[in-house]
Design a protein around this ligand. Sequence first.
Ligand SMILES: O=C(O)C[C@@H](O)[C@H](O)C(=O)CO
Length: 272
Amino acid sequence: MSSLLAKCQQPDGQGRIQHVTPENADWRFVGFDVYRLEAGQTLQLESGDKELCLVLVAGIASVATLRAEYPHIGKRMSPFERTPPYAVYVPHHDKINVRAESDLELAVCSAPGKGHLPSRLITPADVGVERRGKGRNQRLVHNILPDSEPADSLLVVEVYTDEGNTSSYPSHKHDQEDSPDETYLEETYYHRIQPEQGFCLQRVYTDDRELDECMPVYNRDVVKVPRGYHPVATLAGYDSYYLNVMAGPVRLWKFTWEKDHAWINSDGYPAR
Ligand SMILES: O=C(O)C[C@@H](O)[C@H](O)C(=O)CO
């Protein structure tokens, strides 16, 4: 199995089913955890030297930080309701208490924190909704924490791809540290599939094919993208949702299309 694929685990004592750290991913910036809590369960977290973005993938929760309370937030009970989520931004050196008010699927996105931002609630109304692409490359995007909103390192976005379509496509990459045209951003994909026995395919590859992996991705798996292109393709009968976390030394999403496939963005597609 590819080292870029983190299979969904049985919940540990805290309800954690995914645990990606800079150490176990062998990179520098992005961390990503997912917890599944039953109604009434609580979870205590400390941000340490990271900033966090808690995304309520599904369910209702009350969240408290050292200086703020966000009681009874959340609305959608499944990401496939396709409404933007509630999220909470938490700066470094904070403490968080989460109480699940219903069954809860909570993503904890993390990256180096350094600033002086207060914690804040991100409501569905704060989330930018965007439709991208055409033909079989259409997708729905929820910009939860884009580079136009304040944070130290984190970028967070969720994407819907209907059955038989592609997304994160035409292939693009963001792995250059010094380029003015492209930024270095590590990225995680937390995949959900509906119906949940399905799968999608994700390829991660570089121009020289030094890295070239194509993975079958099942419900609640994570794909790590340390570099290279990273398109996703869905199969008939199965819709896809994924939550992306990106971070790097510069908090800017600038990417380069793979030349061979950039025409998918042009008037030449769809060609009938
Ligand atoms: O537009 C999409 O299909 C989503 C991607 O841009 C995804 O968020 C990503 O790859 C970010 O680099």
